[in-house]
Design a protein around this ligand. Sequence first.
Ligand SMILES: Nc1nc2c(ncn2[C@@H]2O[C@H](COP(=O)(O)OP(=O)(O)OP(=O)(O)O)[C@@H](O)[C@H]2O)c(=O)[nH]1
Ligand SMILES: [Mg+2]
Length: 293
Amino acid sequence: MFRGLFRKIDDLLASRRRSIDDELFDDLEELLVCADVSIHTAVRIVGELREAVRRDRIRDADEVREQLKRELVTLLMEGHRPLNQAPSPPAVYTFVGVNGVGKTTSIAKTAHMLKRQRKRVLLAAADTFRAAAIDQLEIWGQRVGVDVIRQKEGSDPAAVVYDAIQAARARHVDVVLVDTAGRLHTKANLMEELRKIHRVIERELGRPPDETLLVLDATTGQNAVSQARTFKDAVAVTGIVLSKLDGTAKGGNILTIQDELKIPIILIGTGEQLEDMEPFDPKAFVDALFAEE
Ligand SMILES: Nc1nc2c(ncn2[C@@H]2O[C@H](COP(=O)(O)OP(=O)(O)OP(=O)(O)O)[C@@H](O)[C@H]2O)c(=O)[nH]1
Ligand SMILES: [Mg+2]
């Protein structure tokens, strides 16, 4: 899906007679920004590339490209890890993020993924702000074949999470996935609600949630970075789920998110079907960026 995203960069570095000079680095920076990399991150990447070219006396554009790929992989490998396991069951993963980014869909896809790994999964409908949100999760639960713990609209989300953890213990569930609201009457309310959910989890488990996954919509570019900052201030975000990667021709913001936020990207969503979720693989991602279409 990202195939050829960096095709222009490839073209730029493919011409053999291309001399390795300031103009080349300027063009590179510009092409990175066109692919949705922030200026800050583009300048950093090209700065390091420039330095490596000087240090290793690289004279060949092909070599510059290989060096650039190595640098991008290194950047994305920083802090890279798979989903956290819990020291004792159940593992509890909360999904947070602004409305419409794909939290509920990502939960369904994650539940499906975990089920295929033979895990017992339970969903907690802690977005109680809208009745439709509870019903949506219920429908996904039926599709995946996992139970949903719910209360009625307007009930306390932290109480739903409490119920879910008790149910998980009674039913020997391995993983609880917690859906949360993306919008309340005010942003302050939302952040307070998330903190309360986290306090209940910590009290019940004797440890913080095993993951607090911030869902970001890949098509929103720089806005995703500012959303991440807001949530990071309220709760200890441990990882990112990047949704809707199928809907963007860019994807350079993956580099920006990693570089500016230092939160590992753990899962990527690539569509609306249950199968459309996979662990993020930095090496495969960078290879695809430069791949021929
Ligand atoms: N193309 C595509 N669409 C997606 C993906 N993930 C989610 N969507 C769509 O995005 C829309 C919003 O998804 P939801 O899962 O309802 O988002 P949410 O964050 O739970 O939204 P709220 O509950 O309103 O806060 C739906 O139409 C989904 O089908 C994805 O990876 N690719
Ligand atoms: Mg939702």
